[in-house]
Ligand binder design. Structure first.
Ligand code: ADP
Ligand code: MG
Length: 229
């Protein structure tokens, strides 16, 4: 089962809203965080639990805002020629500590591929989101297979395969919807941001999944970008 995922219209509207709201929330958040830190010293032992809850919830709001802000055009957007393998290696290095903690092994395999015209930080964000989901879906450990191949039509295909729970067919179309999450502490924003970034690169994302066996995300990216960027 394979489905092309396109959510650009919803994403544009949400993206514009997100930028405005996220900026508005960021300022009061900063003062909340500052004053909570100041209170820390005067909190009694039996209230320290409250302090932890407040801190962790504040952190969560921050995560949501950060992911939301990714939807808006980031300030330092800089398209350039870059090796996708380098970007992927850097990403894997970044996530390896988290992966090893839960006994997840990330395997990378690649063809010699040319540099592509892209925004490396944004692509890194996409790979982080998809790899994190893959790690999170295998709490008891497992393998993630990352493959980078060159297609014959001037595109590059990246596949990220996990051995997790899989996604039921009727849920696949919900991926990338704002706030769609099945996790207790999820934001449901990671894939939405990722799909938007890939669309901006004129690429596409496809998902193949089998419940009980695992999921593969396929990202296709053009090697060259014409006039759009
Ligand atoms: P979050 O990770 O915060 O839940 P995402 O947008 O990253 O938000 O993912 C949305 C949902 O898509 C997840 O909650 C999960 O249900 C599903 N999902 C994403 N990746 C996978 C995967 N590799 N295996 C199974 N389910 C997945
Ligand atoms: Mg996620």
């Amino acid at each position: 089962m394979e489905e092309r995922l396109r959510k650009s219209d919803t994403l544009n509207v949400v993206g514009e809203l997100a930028a405005g709201i996220a900026h508005e929330i960021r300022n009061p958040m900063t003062s909340l965080k500052g004053f909570i830190q100041l209170l820390k010293g005067s909190i009694s032992e039996d209230h320290s639990m409250y302090f932890h809850v407040i801190s962790s919830e504040l952190k969560r709001i921050e995560t949501i805002i950060t992911e939301f802000l990714m939807l808006a055009k980031p300030q330092a957007i800089h398209y350039q020629q870059k090796h996708i393998v380098t970007i992927m290696k850097e990403t894997i290095e970044l996530l390896n500590a988290q992966a090893i903690l839960t006994n997840v092994q990330i395997h990378l395999e690649y063809d010699p591929v040319p540099e592509i015209y892209c925004e490396p930080n944004q692509l890194k964000q996409v790979f982080i989101n998809i790899l994190k989901n893959a790690i999170e879906v295998m709490p008891k450990g497992g393998n993630i297979y990352v493959k980078i191949r060159k297609n014959t039509d001037q595109t590059i295909k990246i596949s990220i395969q996990d051995e997790g729970t899989g996604i039921p067919k009727e849920k696949i179309k919900k991926l990338g919807e704002p706030f769609y999450t099945t996790k207790e502490r999820g934001t449901g924003l990671g894939l939405m941001v990722s799909f938007k970034i890939i669309e901006e690169h004129n690429g596409k994302v496809e998902v193949q999944s089998k419940v009980g066996y695992g999921t593969t995300f396929y990202i296709t990216l053009p090697i060259k970008q014409q006039d759009v960027l």
